[in-house]
Design a protein around this ligand. Structure first.
Ligand SMILES: Nc1ncnc2c1ncn2[C@@H]1O[C@H](COP(=O)(O)OP(=O)(O)OP(=O)(O)O)[C@@H](O)[C@H]1O
Ligand SMILES: [Mg+2]
Length: 249
């Protein structure tokens, strides 16, 4: 089972778009995939068409240890893709567990009861708080989306240092990959791609996700772009990413 945390403490860099679309693409390629929403903003839950106000048991219950992970998992409209959803209650769990000893390993303990999945894809909030650390503690891989703009470049080394420190503290060294997102064919877009490739080499995926309005429209329809607009440039790029991820065993 490959456990992939989609993380970057910078907001709005495409974490949720990547989590939902990569999860959907892998499922459409015949893999059994679980998408775990660990962000109280619940973008991934919403984007998969679930009613965030009527979830029943969800990741809040898992993180405060009142439910087993496998009991909050449900299917989605994408065949092969299940979801462990959340809503804003998860923010309360974050506060509740913050001061507990060993709170970074709650998800890891819960994951032990899970079987039958090829991939677990975790969407995380834009901070390095307890929820992100829980995903980093259990992950076998990190995918760090980087938006193709100048300020992302400046934040890169700081981001890598934070990830190094978190990994050191957690005693887990997942493989690290970088995904360039929201690319536009502009000077700055090309400069960011070149800078990331020259600095991080093979760690950066060949696939680059373009800025494409269909990626942003999908969630409003409760569908990942690969379902909502399968032939769009955003969809094609996420499908190519899934192929790369599959080769990256
Ligand atoms: N490739 C893309 N093209 C166009 N819009 C995109 C693309 N990827 C994401 N978006 C849009 O950009 C915004 C931020 O994306 P997303 O929610 O995936 O980022 P995030 O990193 O999860 O944000 P947060 O840190 O708040 O959780 C959203 O409105 C999303 O629909
Ligand atoms: Mg998000």
């Amino acid at each position: 089972m490959r456990l992939i945390s989609i993380c970057n403490h910078k907001g709005g860099c495409g974490k949720s778009a990547t989590a939902t679309n990569l999860a959907a693409c892998l499922a459409m390629k015949g893999k059994h995939v679980l998408l775990i929403d660990l962000d109280p903003q619940c973008t991934a839950t919403d984007a998969m068409g679930l009613d965030v106000d009527n979830l029943g048991r969800q990741m809040y219950d898992v993180m405060v240890k009142e439910a087993n992970l496998k009991d909050v998992v449900r299917s989605t409209e994408v065949r092969g893709l299940d979801i462990a959803p959340c809503n804003m209650d998860l923010k309360v769990a974050e506060k509740q567990i913050e001061s507990q000893e060993g709170n970074e390993y709650i998800l890891k303990e819960q994951m032990a009861s899970l079987d039958g999945f090829d991939f677990v894809i975790m969407d995380t909030p834009p901070n390095i708080g307890p929820l992100t650390l829980n995903s980093m503690a259990v992950a076998t891989e990190l995918i760090i989306p980087i938006q193709c703009e100048y300020c992302s470049l400046r934040g890169m080394s700081q981001l890598m240092n934070v990830a190094d420190m978190a990994e050191e503290a957690l005693g887990n060294r997942p493989k690290r990959r970088i995904l360039l997102t929201m690319y536009t064919r502009t000077n700055i877009g090309n400069q960011v791609v070149e800078a990331v490739r020259s600095h991080y080499g093979e760690k950066a995926y060949r696939s680059v996700i373009p800025r494409n309005i269909k990626v942003a429209e999908g969630p409003a329809q409760g569908k990942p772009v690969v379902v909502y607009a399968p032939d769009s440039t955003g969809s094609v790029a996420y499908q190519a990413l899934a192929v790369e991820v599959l080769k990256d065993e």
